[in-house]
Design a protein around this ligand. Structure first.
Ligand SMILES: Cc1ncc(COP(=O)(O)O)c(C=O)c1O
Length: 350
């Protein structure tokens, strides 16, 4: 069977009529807007936010399109990529009937969204080298499997998933293969964005929360074929990306060079931090990372976590996560922050 979004989508989503907002219905030039029950006077702020924002974020998408080389019609913008994850469940997964496959240890929101939407989750753990177990994935797929979530580079392990293995899924699975590339800017492996035209079942997630340094604005991207994008737009809240976020994202998109420079420093610091951690007596293993964090297997991770927290340094204790026994996940900070962390760990170690 070939991939066909129309066959995959829930019947109620196909049949429903999308909300039509005032700004959807009129898009020409006008001076007096009395159509949306806004406050016509302004906002009690130095800047006005009294008008509803563009529901489909045309200006932001145009700029993203230039940078990513993907047409605006293949871009969905969400309130973080978390919104796109949730909407994929809502559009494609019939509660109580369909299922999705996740590959633990991985990003926690796939499971949260599955539970929230009453969609069965099939967990196929990664291998001990944190790669796909293709045979087990194939066994887990059934007629009701709608989505496979692949996080690459993977959170919390930090490694990229082998490209050829992801291609096996794209070539053989008739549902959606979602590749979450939240950390792709830090990776040696290249993005799958050029493959969008080749695979109609591919959905790529990227975000402004990591390399772009805009986590507080909540802006995430999904790239996919037009049928998938159109359904995401159909079910999203009408004004899911607020005006301040749209304006600030437009400004940020003019400053790619700053982002690239931070990525370069972060990657250098990642290598430095990995080496320093590996040299500590309390470290058992530092896993190679393609992301802006490292996973490290420690002797007594929870005691180390608590000791750092007492000093005001917070890392992530992942020691109870499958395949991550005794592991801490440490985000790459600024060079001074990384140095303070290593000094604290040296003191603790001694
Ligand atoms: C793999 C992965 N995907 C998505 C997200 C969420 O991104 P956003 O802030 O765009 O919702 C995160 C955040 O930690 C993540 O690690």
């Amino acid at each position: 069977m070939e991939f066909n979004a129309e066959l995959l989508v829930r019947e109620n989503i196909k049949q429903m009529k999308a909300y039509s907002s005032a700004r959807d219905e009129f898009s020409g030039e006008a001076n007096i807007f009395l159509d949306a029950n806004e406050n016509s006077f302004g906002s009690p702020l130095p800047v006005n936010y009294n008008r509803y924002p563009d529901p489909l974020q045309a200006a932001v998408k145009e700029k993203i399109a230039q940078i990513k080389g993907v047409p605006p019609k293949n871009i969905f913008l969400g309130n973080g990529s978390d919104e796109a994850i949730d909407l994929l469940f809502r559009v494609f997964c019939e509660p109580g009937q369909d299922n999705v496959i996740i590959l633990p240890p991985t990003y926690g929101m796939y499971e949260v969204c599955a539970e929230m939407n009453n969609v069965r989750l099939k967990k196929v753990p990664l291998t001990s080298s944190f790669q796909l177990n293709l045979e087990a994935i194939e066994e887990a797929i059934d007629a009701h499997t709608k989505i496979i979530f692949v996080c690459s580079p993977n959170n919390p392990t930090g490694n990229s998933i082998n490209r050829s293995d992801i291609e096996v899924l794209l070539n053989n699975f008739d549902g959606l293969v979602v590749i979450d590339e939240a950390y792709i800017n830090y990776a040696k492996q290249k993005t799958f964005i050029a493959e969008l035209t080749e695979y109609p079942n591919l959905v790529l997630l990227q975000t402004f929360s990591k390399a772009w340094g805009l986590a507080a604005l909540r802006l995430g991207m999904a790239f996919a074929g037009q049928p998938v994008i159109n359904y995401l737009n159909k079910v999203k809240y009408p004004y899911n990306i607020n005006q301040a976020t749209q304006q600030l994202a437009l400004k940020a998109l003019d400053n790619v060079s700053q982002v690239n420079s931070w990525v370069k420093t972060t990657v250098e610091q990642r290598e430095w931090l990995s080496q320093q951690l590996a040299g500590l007596a309390i470290t058992e293993r530092v896993y190679p990372s393609d992301a802006n964090f490292v996973l490290a297997k420690m002797k007594g991770p929870t005691a180390i976590y608590n000791s750092l927290a007492e000093k005001g340094i917070i890392v992530r204790d992942r020691s109870r996560v499958v395949l991550c026994d005794d592991c801490l996940r440490i985000t790459i900070g600024t060079p001074p922050e990384n140095e303070i962390l290593i000094n604290e760990l040296k003191t603790y170690s001694a």
